[in-house]
Design a protein around this ligand. Structure first.
Ligand code: BDR
Ligand code: CA
Length: 334
């Protein structure tokens, strides 16, 4: 008997790794994707919407895309909140060539379809409330949209199957010395989600950096001969190029953060180490603003609110990507 598809809403800021997450969730065939809500983050929200539409069009998928919030809930209202932190660069120019982690336009045909009129937050509230089955939400961006929807209607949580989010880090950082970008950009939204009472799984930097991809993986994805495989492989190479030039290379490959969250929602075995944790987020400004705080103490007050992934399996991740990105239009059709 065919497995029942899980109702899904993706919340993205496409974005190179979000692009792979979108491809994987649509092509897996395991989700009934009710809609894709788009947040600001890797770029302004309009650019992220356009990039998302490009992917949906490339796959010929009939999935509505909703534009969401253009900036964080309240973070920018506190003057000087992150004043002392060095700027977070995602692009650089060398010898006249621009290297970026997140292109402003994806290297595929332009979008022809249009975003929906409805605001992403309104869609999240309506779709989750009305769904006859519980909805899984995968946020891979600053959680402004889902945080706002939960703030307006906390009872949404009753019809959420689980939230599998990419964000946070345990003793690591990328947007700042100690904070991961999705938490850093909207700490209050992250706090609302963490405290919502929903079943939560978190894919932090610890997991994504432990399952990074290499040039050989990019070549394998391109070799699948599909548009999805080619786009994913090109984006992995683009990220590797930028990391190299910006001196971020580690010997653990290039993290494709957001796609790992979708892979975990699809298949438990891609994460080989995870623990129930009590997670919080710093929201009081200063050098640790937006830092995820995991209480490692275990006492009578220990009430976990999330399962945190610590280590992924790169080989398994690649198997999942190859299985699903081998579907859809062939690359020669571009
Ligand atoms: C996260 O931040 C964004 O830049 C990526 O798309 C990913 O969601 C990684 O910290
Ligand atoms: Ca993202």
């Amino acid at each position: 008997m065919e497995e029942k598809k899980r109702k899904l809403i993706l919340d993205v800021d496409t974005g190179s790794d979000d692009a792979v997450a979108v491809l994987l969730s649509i092509l897996s065939g395991r989700f009934d994707v009710l809609g894709i809500t788009v947040s600001w983050g890797n770029s302004d929200v309009e650019t992220c919407v356009n990039n998302t539409l490009q992917i949906v069009d490339m796959l010929g998928a009939d999935i509505p895309v909703f534009q969401g919030c253009p900036g964080p809930m309240v973070r920018e209202m506190t003057k000087g909140r992150v004043m002392n932190l060095p700027p977070n660069k995602i692009s650089t120019t060398k010898d006249g060539k621009v290297y970026t982690m997140h292109p402003n336009v994806l290297p595929i045909p332009p979008a022809v379809s249009k975003k929906q009129e409805q605001h992403a937050c309104a869609f999240l509230m309506e779709a989750i409330k009305k769904s006859p089955e519980k909805v899984t939400v995968i946020p891979t961006a600053p959680m402004t949209n889902i945080g706002m929807a939960l703030r307006m209607d906390p009872s949404l949580v009753e019809n959420i199957e689980e939230i599998v989010l990419m964000g946070g880090a345990v003793h690591m950082g990328n947007a700042s010395p100690s904070a991961e970008a999705n938490f850093f950009h909207d700490p209050e939204a992250a706090k609302i989600v963490l405290d919502s009472g929903a079943k939560i799984r978190i894919v932090p930097l610890n997991a994504t950096h432990s399952a990074g991809l290499y040039r050989e993986d990019a070549a394998k994805l391109i070799g699948l001969g599909t548009m999805a495989g080619k786009l994913a492989g090109d984006l992995v190479n683009m990220r590797l190029d930028s990391s190299d030039i910006m001196g971020w290379r580690s010997d653990q490959g290039e993290p494709i953060h957001d796609a790992l969250a979708v892979a975990w929602a699809l298949d438990e075995s891609v994460i080989v180490e995870s623990r129930e944790e009590k997670c919080d987020v710093e929201m009081n400004g200063g050098i640790c603003d937006g830092t995820m705080v995991v209480d490692h103490r275990r006492g009578y007050e220990f009430v976990p609110n999330a399962r945190v992934a610590y280590r992924g399996d790169r080989k398994r991740f690649m198997e999942i990507l190859c299985e699903h990105l081998s579907k859809g239009p062939k690359a020669a059709d571009v």
